[in-house]
Design a protein around this ligand. Structure first.
Ligand code: TYM
Length: 331
């Protein structure tokens, strides 16, 4: 039996080069060896305020991006979290096995809630990792490819699995493993390379739908240090290090190889090469996206993927319901 790979993207805001390099770009490589379950975490998008039209458009976009990245709907099961009700049903159960203390220690919760008025923080933002754990558990995922910022949530899922299995003396839940890229697990903002590139930072982001001119402009004006050597040094040269990471991830080479390529080059020449690499990657990707978004492939993929996902997820949900003692009537 093939091992299961699973991951999801939340449709909040426009997807960035960080999402692309961190996860999207590599998903197609799992298709032959693994059985992929790839979804849009649309319920998770509600954890922060979002307009209905935006949620709707972003969701469709992510599915089109999945397909444009090379995912084949006949090999990868692509679906929306909200299409498979078992996610929400298992969430109602698993909420009781993760604790307030551990949820309040999650970095993402601390960062997001820190910017908000406490009385306006939704319960969903706090319990976010419970639903994420359910997303993973339902499919017996072996590996979960994510960017570095999501590793903590996968670790918490592992804790939950161990706790649950030990409480009920069972092994019905599988411990997943987070997998991060060697290069590109954390792409930084172009305007502040000490911060992660995130969906809500127009100056520091490259969006997957940015046109060529915008991409070039953003990279040429990326913040760098005052030196002149193209060298990977996260401490002292965070801007150059970030651009080296972007370049090597897109060219599928190591950072050392990229450093070697730009030995003796000035920042201008280097930045132009990075801009070329991004443009050469994203423009053909956008063309594929445009073909897909204007066809009925998105709905086709979702209907197909959700049908399969529902069967697998419902089976796991039923196993959990039985083992915890929920009463089942005879048919
Ligand atoms: P989300 O939507 O914030 O991000 C989607 C994926 O992109 C990665 N990522 C990055 N990688 C490298 N550099 C960056 N600057 C960067 N920014 C984002 C994220 O790590 C993520 O892998 N909670 C998840 C969605 C989710 C999920 C799941 C993922 C819900 N359930 C189950 C895996 C398994 C999230 O908000 O990702």
């Amino acid at each position: 039996m093939k091992k299961i790979v699973l991951t999801g993207i939340k449709p909040t805001g426009r997807l960035t080069l960080g999402n692309y390099i961190g996860v999207l770009k590599n998903l197609k490589n799992f298709q032959d060896e693994f059985e992929p379950y790839i979804f849009v975490a649309d319920l998770h998008a509600l954890t922060l305020p979002i307009e209905p039209e935006e949620l709707n458009t972003n969701t469709k976009d992510i599915v089109a991006f999945y397909l444009a990245s090379g995912l084949d709907m006949n090999k990868s099961h692509i679906f929306l979290q909200s299409m498979v009700s078992a996610h929400a049903e298992l969430n109602a159960i698993m909420m009781n096995y993760l604790y307030m203390g551990e949820l309040s220690r999650m970095t993402q919760f601390k960062q997001k809630s820190h910017l908000m008025n406490e009385s306006a923080i939704g319960l969903g933002l706090f319990s976010y990792p419970v639903l994420m754990a359910c997303d993973i558990i339902l499919y017996d995922a072996d590996i979960v490819p994510v960017g570095e910022d999501q590793v903590q949530h996968v670790e918490l899922t592992r804790d939950l699995v161990r706790r649950f299995n030990s409480r009920y003396k069972t092994d019905i839940l599988k411990e997943p493993k987070a997998v991060v890229n060697t290069t590109g697990k954390r792409i930084m903002s172009l305007s502040d390379p000490t911060k992660k590139m995130s969906k809500s930072d127009p100056k520091g982001d490259i969006y997957l739908k940015d046109d060529e001119k915008t991409i070039r402009k953003k990279i040429m004006s990326a913040v760098t240090d005052s030196g002149c050597e193209v060298k990977f040094d996260k401490e002292n040269k965070p801007g150059i290090s970030n651009l080296l990471t972007i370049y090597s991830a897109l060219k599928n080479i190591t950072v050392e190889e990229a450093e070697q390529e730009f030995k003796g080059c000035n920042y201008g020449t280097f930045k132009k090469a990075v801009a070329d690499a991004v443009v050469n990657e994203l423009i053909p990707f956008q063309q594929k996206y445009n073909e897909i978004i204007n066809s009925n492939l998105v709905d086709e993929a979702l209907n197909l993927g959700a049908e399969k996902a529902k069967v697998i997820a419902n089976k796991k949900l039923q196993q959990v319901q039985r083992i915890i003692g929920l009463y089942e009537t005879k048919k």
